[in-house]
Design a protein around this ligand. Structure first.
Ligand code: ATP
Length: 503
């Protein structure tokens, strides 16, 4: 695995996985562009998730809801009121920080001093942040007295009181910009699932339990975007809302924890690198009955959330439904007089209308990319003493499945065979097959090691009957990324050989 974030960032830029957004104008913080190989890897991760969670199950439907949503959706979801992080400003340089990030950035002795002044156990970081947030006037004083330093300048700052900062992007809709013509870019894909619950049930005749899966962009105006693609302002999520009969929710929660861990394992992210955080009751979001955060051990960052698996009880459908009072909701919800739909489904046994409970596994695509790249990243010393970097990606995730390399790029007899092989392999539907004639063979191998191409197929003079050994006519060299073994394979058998290896 990668030892540092830096070596990943450098590989991603060098080989065309990820670029800074708007780079030619100086870049835009918190936005990244996925390059030629990044788009393939990202698509492969999403396809693997979709296959496993939609196609391979019999209790799931897919959805692709719109990104801009009616502000009522985000009012009744609770996001208008509570989707905020506490922030503080440094009056000395007008820099703004997320309170928890700022405190986390401090040296241990400063952190301990803050905790002491606030009268909180220094080991309990969430409690410390909560205490600072709950006592803004005191917090500002304590941050100053404890000598909390600016994360960038390193100087002791002069801190304002913490105040909530709502992270939703607002946008005007239509040609007239009046007070009511705004909507929000969704801060999570989930709300589109809840607002379409009735549409999906009515159009598919689903009965409990079943789920709805969605992959798509979400937007969060993060106060301090950082750590490469770990924390960005435009992100992509892979989310499931799994609807079940109240009372069966705890068992389904365990089911999904297990399923998700084994999915990560199949993407090359082993369980041993994921810590399961059973979020303490006092740190739970108000709608959550219980949440497991999967904390992956990122290089440089340490354990940080890659996926959250929450039991959201009947909060979401209960918040968006009409006739709330008569539905016997368990969750505490705000009154809703705007919704026109009753979001219930017949109980499978009694047939009485019920608001189902929801289990929500929610994973970030960008954070998945980072974890997958990090696990695949390998530095090896070869027998000849040379070092090589190789991405040992699982073949189904590799951006390029096979590179077909003509040994001489100006010899028609060789290039025509290579192009025919490329076309044939491309037809297998494995993903991208690349016709690679961009440099010498050594460089091509190095490049394909670094981008994780499982096999390189080389067409040489022997292939076309112009080499030393006539027995090699109509064969090619296939080089294995991981073992470096080179094998001569007959062209007529190549497709089935590759197919068997990449299955
Ligand atoms: P954090 O505490 O790190 O800000 P969160 O608890 O707000 O994350 P959720 O709201 O649970 O995150 O979102 C579900 C998933 O979406 C996360 O597990 C993560 O993979 C992804 N995600 C959330 N915010 C971001 C972001 N700013 N950049 C990239 N991915 C994100």
């Amino acid at each position: 695995p990668a030892q540092s974030m830096e070596e990943l960032v450098s590989l991603c830029k060098r080989r065309g996985f990820i670029f800074q957004g708007s780079e030619i104008y100086g870049g835009l913080q918190g936005f990244y562009d996925y390059g030629p190989l990044g788009v393939e890897l990202k698509n492969n991760i999403k396809a693997a998730w979709w296959r496993s969670n939609v196609y391979e199950r019999d209790d799931m439907e897919g959805l692709d809801a719109s990104i801009i949503m009616h502000r009522m959706v985000l009012r009744h979801s609770g996001h208008e009121a509570t989707f905020s992080d506490p922030m503080v400003d440094n009056k000395k340089n007008n820099k703004r920080y997320r309170l928890d990030h700022l405190v986390k950035d401090q040296k241990a002795d400063v952190q301990a001093r803050v905790a002491e002044l606030m009268g909180v156990d220094p080991e309990n970081f969430p409690a410390l942040v909560a205490a600072l947030n709950a006592n803004p006037a005191q917090a500002s004083q304590v941050l100053r007295d404890a000598g909390v330093r600016d994360s960038f300048s390193g100087e002791v700052g002069e801190w304002t009181e913490p105040k909530p900062f709502n992270m939703m992007f607002k946008t005007t809709i239509g040609p007239v910009a009046d007070e009511d013509s705004y909507g929000y870019l969704r801060p999570e894909t989930a709300q589109g699932i809840f607002t379409n619950f009735k549409n999906v049930v009515d159009s598919t005749s689903r009965r409990l339990p079943f789920g709805i899966a969605q992959i798509g962009k979400a937007f969060r105006n993060e106060i301090t975007p950082r750590n490469f693609i770990f924390r960005v302002r435009e992100l992509e999520q892979m989310e499931i809302e799994f609807f079940c009969v109240p009372g069966t929710d705890e068992a389904w929660h365990e089911h999904w924890l297990e399923k998700r861990l084994s999915w990560w394992e199949a993407q090359g992210v082993p369980r041993s690198k994921i810590e399961i955080l059973d979020v303490p009751k006092e740190d739970l979001a108000h709608y959550s009955k219980r949440t497991y955060d999967l904390m992956y051990d990122y290089p440089t960052l340490g354990h940080e959330e890659i996926e959250g698996i929450a039991n959201r009880s009947d909060y979401d459908l209960g918040s968006h439904t009409k006739n709330q009072a008569e539905l016997g909701l368990v969750a505490r919800v705000e009154e809703n007089t705007d919704s026109v739909a009753k979001l219930t489904i017949p109980h499978p046994e009694t047939n009485k209308p019920v608001v189902p409970f929801v289990i929500e596994p929610s994973a970030g695509v960008d954070r998945a990319m980072l974890a997958v790249l990090s696990e695949a990243f390998t530095k090896e010393t070869l027998d000849n003493g040379n070092e090589r970097i190789v991405l040992k990606l699982r073949p189904h995730l590799a951006p390029i499945k096979v590179a077909v390399i003509p040994l001489a790029r100006n010899r028609e007899e060789i290039t025509s065979v290579a192009k025919a092989i490329k076309a044939e392999l491309q037809g297998l539907g494995l993903g991208r097959v690349l016709y690679e004639d961009s440099g010498n063979i050594g460089k091509a191998y190095r490049r394909h090691d670094e981008v994780g191409t499982p096999y390189c197929v080389t067409v040489d003079f022997d292939t076309v009957g112009k080499g030393e050994d006539p027995a090699l006519t109509d064969t090619v060299t296939v080089r294995d990324r991981d073992t470096l073994a080179q094998e001569r394979v007959r062209i007529s058998e190549l497709a089935s050989w590759i197919q068997a290896k990449l299955r």
